[in-house]
Design a protein around this ligand. Structure first.
Ligand code: EPU
Length: 328
């Protein structure tokens, strides 16, 4: 499918909208695999974002919002629709108090495009505590909220007061209490994009917070692969257990398919060794899932979002059947 030209023309006339046709998506993902989208837009104004969604939906074209590109895997066949990315104007943070003038609690409005790790450092520098857990998470705030990103026993649900979301109907503010937060889940209304979050942070000691960051980053460097292309955790942790531990016990570390490898550092990560295809990654994921099922009876559930295809697999995964190089 390609984008109808009159629609492309209309989109290009909107303020703050940039449009690319047949856009390669691999460079927009942290794992670096997958094909092209029919179209990709970056949007820099709320009103234009509403118009983009309204136009695309009325033309019956599927769309998805892409944040920093972690936690997603793009089909090798690409995405048959439009990818929406928030532009630089969504990378804002409310004016931060100076670290000597922080009240007991600060409510901070942050644009959804803000990078979680950088945000964690910026608030720490201002003497605000509450985002320490996110200091090594390679995602955007909006993407993080959409999947309730978490680490070290904390998650974004604990800090979000309200969300600003945009859909084809317009902009609205949703209080945190109206969402159905869960493990890697926030219950965002379908068809909506998070554009900003109001976060509740508390006063803390700047140096102590930064020291905490350093300890968490040291821990992350020891236990998770770094300096390589991954998309984060492959599978969700099953209730009361760790997917990484189960995959490790099943002997999967270091297993390779094509250009993809189960990390030798942490078994719940897949590394793109350089020339992996999404089919390689999916083949490996299938083996990982089967390995754990065989040894424990537990069926792991993917945490990664598949763009341009759908789980369930293995048997009926269309992406695998049409893979250019599924040599598993
Ligand atoms: N383990 C192994 N072998 C492995 C990996 C882990 O035996 O290959 C063991 C560890 O030794 C530990 C246990 O499994 O005893 C748990 O491992 P870890 O502390 O690394 O935590 P995790 O449950 O694997 C979760 C999140 C991570 C987050 C870390 C740190 C999920 C799926 N993963 O990992 O989040 O960074 O805790 O808090 O919830 C992500 O979601 O993308 C992610 C990276």
């Amino acid at each position: 499918m390609s984008l109808p030209l009159p629609l492309a023309h209309e989109l290009r006339l909107l303020e703050g909208v940039r449009l690319w046709l047949r856009a390669p998506l691999a460079p927009f993902t942290t794992i670096g695999t997958g094909g092209k989208a029919d179209a990709l837009v970056t949007v820099d104004a709320i009103e234009s974002l509403v118009s983009v969604l309204a136009l695309v939906e009325s033309a019956d074209i599927p769309w998805m919002c892409l944040g920093a590109g972690s936690n997603v895997l793009v089909s090798d066949r690409g995405y048959p629709g439009m990818i929406v990315k928030l532009g630089d104007s969504f990378h804002y943070v409310d004016e931060l108090p100076s670290s000597s003038h922080v009240a007991e609690e600060a409510h901070l409005l942050v644009g959804a495009g803000a990078h979680l790790s950088r945000l964690a450092v910026a608030v720490a520098e201002a003497g605000l505590s509450g985002l320490e857990f996110s200091c090594g998470i390679p995602g955007s705030l909006g993407g993080g909220v959409a999947m309730n990103a978490g680490a070290h026993g904390s998650c974004l649900a604990f800090r979000v007061l309200e969300l600003e979301v945009v859909s084809a109907e317009g902009r609205r503010v949703i209080p945190s209490s109206a969402l159905s937060w869960g493990y890697r889940h926030c219950g965002l209304p379908p068809g909506s994009i998070v554009t900003a979050c109001r976060l509740a942070l508390t006063r803390g000691d700047r140096d102590a917070i930064l020291m905490h960051h350093r300890a968490l980053l040291r821990e992350r460097r020891k236990t998770q692969p770094r300096g390589v292309r991954t998309f984060g955790s492959v599978f969700k942790n099953p209730q009361g257990d760790s997917a990484g531990r189960l995959l490790d016990q099943a002997g999967l570390k270091g297993v390779r398919r094509g250009g993809a490898e189960v990390s030798t550092v942490h078994a719940n990560f897949v590394v793109n060794l350089g020339d992996a295809t999404t089919a390689d990654v999916l083949t490996l994921m299938m083996l990982m899932r089967q390995g754990v099922q065989r040894t424990t009876g537990i069926l792991l559930e993917p945490e990664v979002r598949l763009l341009g295809g759908a789980f369930p697999w293995p048997a009926d995964c269309p992406i695998l059947q049409e893979s250019p190089r599924a040599d598993g």
